[in-house]
Write a protein that binds this ligand. Sequence first.
Ligand code: CO8
Length: 258
Amino acid sequence: QTEYTAIITETHGRVATITLNRPEALNALSNTLITELVSAAAGFDADPNIGAIIITGSERAFAAGADIKAMLDLEYADVLAGGVFPSWDGLERMLTPTIAAVSGFALGGGCELAMMCDIILAGDNAKFGQPEINLGVIPGFGGTQRLPRAIGKYKAADMVLTGRMMDAEEAERSGLVSRVVPAAELLDVAKQTAELIASKPLPAVKAAKNALQAAEESSLSEGLRVEQIAFAALFATEDQTEGMRAFAEKREANFKHR
Ligand code: CO8
């Protein structure tokens, strides 16, 4: 078991949970926290026994953004050089589904981290925002790109240009979150959702995630080709044979890969 200082990791069956753990700074995303998060997530992604990953914070904060105190003295060249913030690539390339379980503040880089996940479950106390404008900067982990794709141009501009926060109800109405649940039930619902996903045949799960990602990143015709090829390819898996046979024989499927 790796020793982390800014996150806590645990596994239950096929579900891994990564808990951001810098309570003194409302889980602000320090360099160490990001490095540990990306490394832990990559480790779980490579583990065939893990079928879904939950990323969560504390009751008060999912994450209040990048660590502002660590950015105080940076200059243009420092930020451009990229040494300050390690790469998120690992998180974005993985094919294991990720669920952000958001309680409290998800601001700036915290909101952007949630948007890198496949599913966002929000406690009814969640607050989302891109307040970077108040600091003289703009979102830097994808907020200006993923937010308009998630909630539309006008709602996103309202958030990014004013820096205001959105409560859970508005976030659900806007399409930023998958579901809102009572804050006290958030982790239970996240675990149930992760277990349900982890019980599905993994080759199909990964193909589905990949095709959904293509919807964000490509034209409709390119995305449809990604979907078509993946759909056909799944007919080469034992789980497709088993899944369809089990249906025809009116029995539970016994999938090999899950
Ligand atoms: N960074 C560092 N420390 C923080 C942060 C943060 N983002 N947020 C909170 N903290 C610290 C506070 O300084 C405070 O520490 P201390 O007790 O030592 O003074 C502690 O956490 C508790 O916070 P508050 O006392 O402020 O708690 P409140 O309940 O009064 O307020 C808020 C909570 C509203 C969340 C408030 O803390 C706040 O506004 N935080 C900052 C939110 C913000 O502006 N986030 C955006 C940051 S910028 C960013 O994310 C850019 C990402 C892209 C970078 C890409 C680079 C390539």
